[in-house]
Design a protein around this ligand. Structure first.
Ligand code: F6P
Ligand code: MN
Length: 331
């Protein structure tokens, strides 16, 4: 018999003392993901494609589906009664829980729809989430409460809206995947003990930024591109989906390394991806799958955030590759 998400959470409660409040939060997140998945699949039929005509705090154009997904996430999380604050890529300030709903002992940060440039072209996109303990449980959260290193996360995951809708989840005891059964609307456990091979022969990076990269990343990628006759002595394949969820998902399935390094264009931007709701949850997942994650100098999970929407350089995936690119940053 297949194990459903709710059965899995019940098992975690009894075997590993998973807090039932945290289980409730994950259930609420999974409900949000189901609803978003439904909207994504309707696309133009539901009139959800195209621009919303607004910008997010990072100055990026918001798509209609970015806003719709954010509203779905906020609504589901607020009703869980499990959090006392939320940070979303789509909202500049920390969001509190409206008075009519109970507050709980957790903080959640999320990217409600990752890979926005893929929305209108029907290519994989996803939602990413990170759960931390509240510093002052049940008190309305402020920015400072969220400035904890990713090591403090008690749960992290993503949902990918691809040919199948798949939920990836970790509580710090390995990584599991669920697949949404469209006929029953239930997430079913389809893979346990997900592992990333330490060695890799595939990489993902946006090479159009090559001229802006710093020397260690340029050296690393040059050596991969040199292939069999270069210093690495083997050929490497390349992929770029332009949705972090899809790149991480591919690495969890068949290995590799993903890089979005900092570059020299804008000193105020130390990378493109956001620490709280992109880099941290994906790094917790990678480490729990036996992989690694760094900004080139420090493991992502050890970085103490200074701002809720802080950006960071990210290099994650196969441990040997992450170690090598880290060593080039020390050279
Ligand atoms: O959220 C930012 C993001 O969309 C990631 O999902 C993805 O990895 C990256 O940006 C794509 O960047 P680019 O536009 O450089 O391809
Ligand atoms: Mn994103």
């Amino acid at each position: 018999m297949a194990t459903t998400l709710s059965q899995y959470l019940a098992r975690e409660e009894s075997l590993h003392e998973l807090d039932p409040v945290l289980a409730r939060l994950i259930t609420s997140v999974s409900e949000a993901c189901k609803t978003i998945s439904h909207k994504v699949r309707q696309g133009a039929l539901a009139g959800v494609l195209g621009l919303a005509g607004t910008e997010n705090v990072q100055g990026e154009d918001q798509k209609k589906l970015d806003i719709i997904s954010n509203d779905i996430f906020v609504d589901a999380v607020v009703r869980s009664g499990a959090v006392c604050g939320m940070v979303s890529e789509e909202v500049p300030e920390v969001m509190s829980v409206p008075d009519e709903f109970p507050v709980g002992p957790y903080l959640i940060a999320f990217d409600p729809l990752d890979g926005s440039s893929n929305i209108d072209i029907n290519v994989s996109i996803g939602s990413i989430f990170s759960v931390m303990p509240a510093v002052r449980p049940k008190r309305t959260a402020v920015d400072a409460d969220f400035l904890q290193p990713g090591r403090n996360q008690v749960a992290a995951g993503y949902c990918m809206y691809g040919p199948q809708t798949q939920l990836c989840l970790t509580f710090g005891r390995g990584v599991v995947f669920f697949t949404l059964d469209p006929s029953t609307g239930t997430f079913v456990l389809t893979q346990e003990d997900v592992r990333v091979a330490p060695a890799a022969k595939e990489f993902a990076i946006n090479c159009s930024n090559m001229r802006h990269w710093e020397a260690p990343v340029r050296r690393y990628i040059d050596e991969l591109l040199a292939g069999k006759t270069g210093p690495r002595g083997k050929d490497f394949n390349m992929r770029w989906v332009a949705a972090m969820v899809a790149e991480v998902h591919r690495i969890l399935q068949r290995g590799g390394i993903f890089l979005y390094p900092r570059d020299n264009r804008d000193p105020a931007k130390p990378g493109k991806l956001r620490l709280l709701y992109e880099a941290n949850p994906m790094s917790m997942i990678m480490e729990n799958a036996g992989g690694a994650s760094t900004n080139g100098h420090t493991p992502i999970l050890d970085i103490v955030p200074e701002k809720i929407h802080q950006r960071v350089a990210v290099m994650l995936g196969a441990r040997e590759e992450v170690d090598l690119v880290t060593s080039y940053h020390k050279a």
